[in-house]
Design a protein around this ligand. Structure first.
Ligand code: ATP
Ligand code: MG
Length: 571
């Protein structure tokens, strides 16, 4: 179960509170010292999957600082691997960045825009004696790279004459060789303590069509060779990335030093976002989709932005979450509860309140005439008086939540039970007089009487009731399917035991059919989020059909009772 019993207002980190962090401090200092005149950042996704919550952190940071310092942020697709990249991903990434609330304006770029320049620069390195064509088979090359404690060994092709390198590289480009036959490598230092500097591969042969350049190329630059130069070409001043690229920085600096680049970008690394019970890695998310563990990239259980959007998480909640997390230099794991708290805080202010009964139990009011109905007034959002009220219809038969009734309640159960009086929200006080059971002894109906003097929910004699229940009138209830989501993984650190798929939560989705909603919920637009009173926030799913609404639970409400009663009703 999602732990909904957590504080809804976690203390923001110092960085979040101050709205400052080390990245913003660096930028401010660069501007103050005149090291840069304007700020240019970029968000550089590889289009090999959908964006996830971790990317939201990078997007908010890159676009955020650009806005704050009056600069700009480019969206650049690092599309150097045509085998894994697809147009679907390119489209979804643009949609998701826009949805998060950011805009790159004219500045949409692709590493593939620079393939010609990158190629010319590769020849430049060859001519300078700083790159060579290596015929060593891939496996042998890997073995010769050495380890952290052991230096690598030079390839026997390392001292190839420049002219031969040029000729071979051009023939690689011309398509004369099969995949994997040769690579172009930088000639740096096979004994370097930094493995990234041990003659890294710059180009590989790949006879594959590219989503943008089609069949123009059969050699493609590596990510490491393309990334820094793309930044330089775009005049990026602050190239912000996650910590795993720290060790690559000396290589990026080496390229910039030895190539005729038009500008010198500087790279800064921050800690990537990790969340408990959540996997933020496109590789693993791809596996979940491919293996059918989820219904697709936008399955509401997926930590993708598309999945979270479908689940009902507003973009503002993602931005608020990222703000609270802040930007740090040390890796850490954020509690999933902190994410959910941000969602609740945003939705609490905006979502309309409605009544819905997820697991219905019939309640009959014996002293209410058959056929008589009455219209009552219900508040749309107690947090927002401008949201007004709506009429709800009440009658002799209504539905209440099965878990709001207990025949033999424990001491602290304040809801309905035999002889007990409770309030039906916006309606009347009712007292349970008896129950009807089926052959199996299960309560299938609760018989009550109501007090006509308590209309609207208050007793003129001032008497109090301890429980207030939500309800839906039987005569106008709308049946619906409701999908309850729990975390996708059973352990807080999925995959730490070695097998990520073994950690997939078999109970991450519970589908309830025959839920009953107040009629106002029949017309909720797809994507709109409402609060089902006392239950949580729910979002209309695109699977809804006329007369057959489907709702996703975005997040539960904080429910301090859940803990107390858990034992009594078996979880
Ligand atoms: P994944 O491991 O999910 O494939 P990635 O880093 O390979 O992620 P990219 O498309 O290269 O994915 O990411 C684009 C940008 O988003 C990079 O600058 C990367 O540092 C950043 N990013 C990716 N994951 C996270 C995360 N969990 N937290 C913060 N930033 C992230
Ligand atoms: Mg990557």
């Amino acid at each position: 179960m999602v732990d909904t019993d957590r504080p809804t207002d976690p203390t923001p980190t110092a960085a979040g509170e101050a709205g400052r962090d080390f990245i913003r401090d660096i930028i401010q200092a660069d501007l103050d010292a005149g090291r840069v005149r304007g700020v240019i950042t970029r968000f550089p996704p590889e289009p090999n999957g959908y964006l996830h919550i971790g990317h939201a952190k990078s997007i908010c940071l890159n676009f955020g600082v650009a806005t704050e310092f009056g600069g700009r942020c480019n969206l650049r697709f690092d599309d150097t691997n045509p085998v894994k990249e697809e147009q679907e991903f390119i489209d979804s990434i643009q949609q998701d960045v826009h949805w998060l609330g950011f805009d790159w304006g004219e500045h949409l770029y692709h590493a593939s825009d620079y393939f010609d320049t990158l190629y010319r620069w590769a020849e430049h390195l060859i001519r300078a004696g700083l790159a060579y064509v290596d015929d060593t088979p891939a496996e042998e090359m890997r073995a010769m790279r050495g380890t952290l404690s052991e230096p690598g060994r030079n390839s026997r092709w390392r001292e190839r004459p420049i002219e031969e390198n040029l000729d071979l590289f051009r023939r690689m480009r011309a398509g004369e060789f099969p995949n994997g036959a040769r690579v172009l490598r930088a000639k740096i230092d096979m004994a370097s303590g930094n493995i990234n500097l041990r003659d890294p591969v710059l180009y590989r042969i790949l006879h594959a069509a590219h989503p943008r350049t089609g069949d123009a190329w059969c050699i493609y630059p590596t990510y490491d060779y393309a990334h820094g130069q793309s930044d330089a070409i775009e005049g990026v001043t602050h190239s912000i990335c996650t910590l795993e690229f720290e060790d690559h920085r000396p290589l990026y600096d080496w390229f910039v030093e030895h190539l005729p680049v038009p500008a010198v970008p500087h790279q800064y690394e921050f800690a990537r976002l990790n969340i408990t019970y959540t996997v933020l890695s496109k590789r693993f998310l791809t596996t979940l989709v491919r293996e059918g563990r989820v219904s697709g990239w936008d399955d509401p259980r997926m930590p993708t932005l598309a999945g979270q959007r479908r689940r009902g998480v507003p973009a503002a909640a993602l931005r608020e979450f990222v703000r609270r997390v802040g930007v740090a230099k040390a890796n850490s794991v954020v509690d999933l509860a902190m994410y959910e708290a941000a969602i609740r805080d945003v939705l609490n202010a905006t979502a309309a309140r409605r009544m819905a009964v997820l697991r219905p139990l019939r309640l009959v009011i014996e002293n209410w005439e058959e056929g008589r109905t009455e219209t009552l007034e219900a508040v749309n959002n107690p947090e927002d008086s401008a949201a007004g009220t709506r009429p709800v219809s009440f009658g002799r038969e209504i539905w209440i939540e099965r878990e709001d009734f207990m025949e033999h309640p424990p001491n602290r159960f304040h809801r309905l039970s035999p002889g007990r009086e409770v309030r039906l929200r916006y309606a009347y006080f009712v007292t349970c007089r008896s129950v009807v059971k089926d052959a199996a002894g299960e309560v299938v109906e609760v018989r009550c009487t109501y007090d006509p003097a308590t209309r609207g929910g208050d007793a003129p004699d001032g008497r109090k009731v301890r429980g207030t229940l939500h309800w839906v009138a039987a005569h106008d209830a709308v049946a619906a399917e409701v999908r309850l989501y729990n975390q996708l993984f059973v352990r807080p650190d999925p995959g730490a035991g070695g097998d990520l798929m073994a950690d997939v939560n078999p109970n991450s989705l519970e589908v309830l059919s025959g839920c009953l909603l107040e009629p106002a919920l029949a017309g909720v637009a797809a994507g709109e989020v409402v609060q089902f009173e006392r239950q949580g926030y729910f979002c209309s799913d695109p699977d809804s059909a006329p007369g057959a609404p489907v709702f996703n639970r975005t997040v539960g409400l904080r429910d301090s009772w859940a803990k107390v009663v858990a034992g009594a009703r078996g979880g």
